[in-house]
Design a protein around this ligand. Structure first.
Ligand SMILES: [Mn+2]
Length: 558
């Protein structure tokens, strides 16, 4: 299946369990509904919790997609019709005709690009040039290629593989003018090809003056004595099945393409971004652009139309709708659907299917889509959706949890054959992020970036059973966060550590002094760590606090 028929179903950067589980479940629903090419994807690493869920319900880790911006390799034709630089015009024309292409890349034996020939260049070769009569008779080829093009009956050949310039002449005149004509022509006999019918006198004279090749037309017989003389004088002699006019034309097509190859082909590397290529290509007159690797081997080609109307990948965003949280390049492809439960933050060029419901988890919405379609998910997919809901709503106990999430869990429990409380135990016990990762990874593992009132900031969240692991690593997490703010040119950054047992959080904040001063939660330590009693939701509790706090400040001049 060509790449353009794929639809990636993908959650946000730094995926959490809901982002991964909703992508898997929605791709499954789409496939059951008969949509082809839907692929669950992710744009970040999994974590211990996600790995536990995937292995419990026998699901492969979704495909990693790091960047969706279209590149040359996404639009190039891979099975390129190409021609050997050694080929004859006849072979090249046959390829052009058989494959209906305009441009043929010419390659050497190692597949390296030497240039290209086009139907225009070859047409020009055959266009009569009356001011240059020699050019109309010129061929650059070998005797062997001529014999092959004519499917000739070879009587005698000498140096048949030597590639040379030769000039075709039809011996149609009387023997008395034939000799004079050859003399006035200023073309040496050794470069002359004579085409003649059953005219014994012209055949004799051609051999006597030592022409390079004598072609007898119309499958006419030739005296054994003439063949003997040709051998003696070293004149190559072949018999063409065609009449003289056809023979002359066919010999010209036996000319090698080597002198016609246009060597200044526009070459492009496969990973060049289309948005960077656009201007260069719009200005170019080239008909085709060759994609080559660093050894100049031909990988593919594309035309101007291919780049102006690229076959874009399609994407469905789940569990997010802000481009700052989406896979890089998402804005350059077609976003065809969004299914989410976060605040709105997207504009699209086209109307799209957009489902946003303030429930506790994207998996709740997906389970409702299953129900609306009258499709029961498999026990594994039901378990995957339960996991997303349990993870996002702290097993229906968090403040973002709604009656719809409880209903979804009740429905899915039966289909999965598993109790939500048992599954929650397994999910929440699967590995403390603080114990298994270093401080930098702790910050990045579930981090979201925001822009509000001119402020750029990030909020990471980690869920732990109790705060002991955090206190053991608080200093290094705070110091790493401080460095992160300047590395990423942010105004400030926060880490919310949530105790999923007691439903409280701690907040580490670093960056903009005024913002930090405005944090009204009680400080636990002089080290800018705040006690957020009863706060467990980044989305519903912390982000609204931050945005209202920023409203009271002068806009940042980013
Ligand atoms: Mn979610």
């Amino acid at each position: 299946m060509p790449k353009d028929e794929f639809t990636y179903i993908i959650g946000h950067k730094n995926p959490d369990a809901d982002a991964i589980c909703s992508a898997i479940a929605y791709a499954n629903l789409k496939i059951l509904q008969g949509h082809k090419g839907c692929i669950p994807a992710r744009c970040g690493n999994t974590n211990a919790r996600i790995d536990t869920i995937l292995s419990k319900f026998s699901q492969p880790t979704p495909l990693f997609v790091g960047d969706l911006s279209p590149r040359a390799r996404d639009i190039m034709v891979r099975d390129v019709v190409k021609v050997s630089e050694q080929a004859t015009i006849s072979e090249a024309l046959e390829l052009i005709d058989a494959h209906d292409v305009r441009v043929l890349p010419a390659v050497d034996e190692d597949g390296r690009l030497k240039g290209h020939v086009s139907i225009y260049q070859m047409g020009d070769y055959f266009v009569p040039k009356f001011h240059e009569p020699r050019a109309m008779r010129h061929v650059h080829t070998s005797i062997k290629d001529v014999a092959k093009a004519l499917k000739a009956d070879v009587k005698f050949v000498r140096d048949e593989n030597t590639l040379q310039d030769m000039y075709v002449k039809i011996g149609a005149m009387d023997i008395r003018s034939f000799g004079k004509f050859s003399a006035s022509d200023a073309i040496p006999a050794s470069e002359t090809i004579i085409i003649v019918g059953d005219r014994w006198d012209i055949q004799q004279r051609s051999i006597q003056i030592g022409v390079r090749l004598l072609v007898i037309t119309g499958s006419l017989g030739v005296d054994p004595e003439v063949i003997e003389e040709a051998k003696e004088k070293g004149v190559s002699l072949i018999i063409s099945p065609f009449d003289s006019a056809t023979t002359a034309w066919t010999i010209r097509t036996a000319s090698r393409i080597s002198k016609l190859i246009e060597t200044d082909s526009s070459t492009i590397r496969p990973d060049e971004h289309l948005k960077h290529l656009n201007r260069r290509i719009a200005k170019s007159n080239a008909q085709a652009f060759m994609v080559t690797d660093d050894k100049n081997r031909l990988l593919g080609l594309f035309s101007k139309t291919d780049i102006l109307k690229p076959n874009k990948a399609k994407v469905i965003l789940v569990d997010h709708n802000e481009l700052s949280q989406a896979v890089p390049g998402a804005s350059e492809v077609d976003i065809i659907e969004v299914i989410d439960h976060h605040r709105l933050g997207i504009n699209t060029a086209q109307p799209i299917r957009f489902i946003n419901d303030p429930v506790g988890s994207t998996c709740t919405i997906i389970s409702e889509l299953f129900r609306q379609s009258g499709i029961d998910p498999s026990p594994e997919i039901a378990g995957i959706m339960m996991s997303g809901i349990i993870s996002d709503t702290l097993n229906l106990t968090g403040p973002t949890s709604t009656p719809q999430d409880s209903e979804a869990i009740a429905w899915l429990e039966k289909l999965a054959g598993i109790e939500a409380d048992d599954l929650a135990q397994e999910i929440f016990n699967s590995g403390s992020i603080i114990l298994t990762m270093d401080a930098d990874q702790v910050i990045r593992s579930d981090q979201k970036f925001y822009e509000d009132n001119g402020f750029k900031f990030s909020v990471s969240q980690i869920e732990e059973l109790g705060f002991q692991n955090f206190w053991d690593h608080a200093d290094s997490i705070a110091a790493t966060l401080e460095a992160f703010v300047s590395q990423e040119s942010l105004d400030f950054a926060c880490v919310l550590i949530t105790d999923i047992n007691k439903h409280n959080s701690l907040l580490v904040a670093r960056g903009d002094k005024e913002f930090i001063r405005n944090i009204s939660y009680p400080t636990i330590q002089a080290g800018l760590i705040y006690d957020l009693k009863g706060v467990v939701s980044r989305k519903k509790q912390l982000i609204p606090f931050i945005t209202s706090s920023l409203k009271g400040m002068a806009p940042a001049d980013n």
